[in-house]
Design a protein around this ligand. Structure first.
Ligand code: KG4
Ligand code: ZN
Length: 333
């Protein structure tokens, strides 16, 4: 089954062609980061208007790079939430148009479930991850521990009580005077420093997270240093903040996995690109004899291949949606 996926939930316009759920034939992504950078964050209306300008070209390019023709596409999968309403509607309507004209099934996809499915993707091979497993989803809008019981059953084991992990990276980067988006910048600059400042780790019962106190602690540290007229060591502060986030994510993911009795952990979402998180998780999983799966960075951030993959498994389970399918910006797992 060949599925064309569409993703426009935030600031990436993406289309992809995926064979049998796992083999990526093409995955085209147009990032809007330069458009939003001057505002220090994503401006919803600018995002939606840019998707309108790009989506036709991106879908054409995905088809042409895949080597298959429109008549070979068996179904259309589209992210219909969570995300920005105006942005989601662009991709949703484009996918509806394609499904209607070509008389093929349409399937709506939960964006976060799509992130998890990035772990199934590969280019030439057949990826070998199969449920059940524990997934740590860390993106700009979500921090979740999900028990992936089977291809269609996702159960929330833990989530953030306030800021998402990516949001914390972006806000702390701004405090440190680093450009938007801050996550990759902190990742880079932290490699030049050492985690010399011990920032607090929120202690919450169960498997939930909280990052807003950590953000405040970084701001208070900077204010204190400025008052003493000390030069702030940005790489050290970045490394210290990053270690605090990575330590908490790793500890919670491992204990949630053990609590569920699973042997596999899969990372997902933009923050899963983070080099320190990847290496810390790798070491912790080896120590605990757990198998760790991490998508290539290009499949961690928003992309349509993961949407096509999730759509494939919904279709396989007999699901499909009508032309009245709507966008659900605040959709929960
Ligand atoms: O999954 P994603 O592309 O979009 C959402 O669905 O939110 O995640 C974007 C988030 C941003 O907050 C960005 O700063 C963060 O992922 N991010 C990173 C890294 N690359 C992207 N955070 C830490 N380290 C990175 N290398
Ligand atoms: Zn995302």
């Amino acid at each position: 089954m060949i599925v064309l996926g569409i993703e426009t939930s935030c600031d990436e316009t993406s289309a992809a062609v995926v064979k049998n759920g796992r083999q990526v034939l093409s995955n085209i992504i147009a990032s809007q980061v330069d458009l939003h950078a001057p505002f220090g964050g994503v401006v919803p209306e600018i995002a939606a208007r840019r998707h309108i300008e790009c989506i036709g070209y991106i879908a054409d390019e995905a088809l042409s790079q895949s080597g298959v023709s429109l008549s070979d596409i068996d179904a259309y999968a589209v992210a219909n939430g969570p995300g920005l309403a105006g942005a989601l509607l662009v991709g949703l309507n484009y996918a509806k148009g394609l499904a209607f004209v070509n008389k093929k099934p349409l399937v709506g996809v939960h964006h976060i479930e799509g992130h998890v499915c990035a772990n199934y993707l590969c280019e030439e091979c057949v990826g070998d991850l199969e449920p059940p497993f524990l997934s740590l989803v860390v993106s700009g809008g979500h921090t979740l521990l999900l028990a992936v019981e089977d291809y269609d059953t996702y159960r929330v084991v833990g989530s953030t009580r306030d800021d998402a992990a990516g949001e914390a990276f972006d806000k702390v980067a701004r405090v440190l005077g680093l450009p938007y988006p801050g996550g990759p910048e902190i990742d880079k600059i932290a490699r030049e420093g050492s985690p010399t400042v011990v920032f607090p780790r929120a202690k919450i019962d169960g498997f939930d997270f909280s990052f807003s106190g950590l953000k405040t602690a970084v701001m208070q540290h900077i204010a204190r240093e400025e008052k003493k007229e000390e030069k702030i060591n940005i790489p050290d502060v970045a490394a210290s903040f990053q270690k605090a986030v990575v330590d908490v994510l790793t500890e919670r993911a491992i204990s949630a996995c053990e609590n569920e009795g699973y042997k596999k952990i899969a990372l997902a979402g933009g923050v899963a690109c983070n080099v320190a998180l990847r290496s810390t998780m790798q070491a912790a999983c080896e120590e605990k004899n757990l198998q760790l799966f991490m998508p290539k960075p290009i499949y961690c951030t928003d992309n349509a291949a993961m949407i096509a993959c999730r759509g494939y498994y919904r279709l396989l389970a007999g699901a499909s949606d009508g032309l009245d399918l709507n966008a659900f910006p605040g959709r929960m797992v």
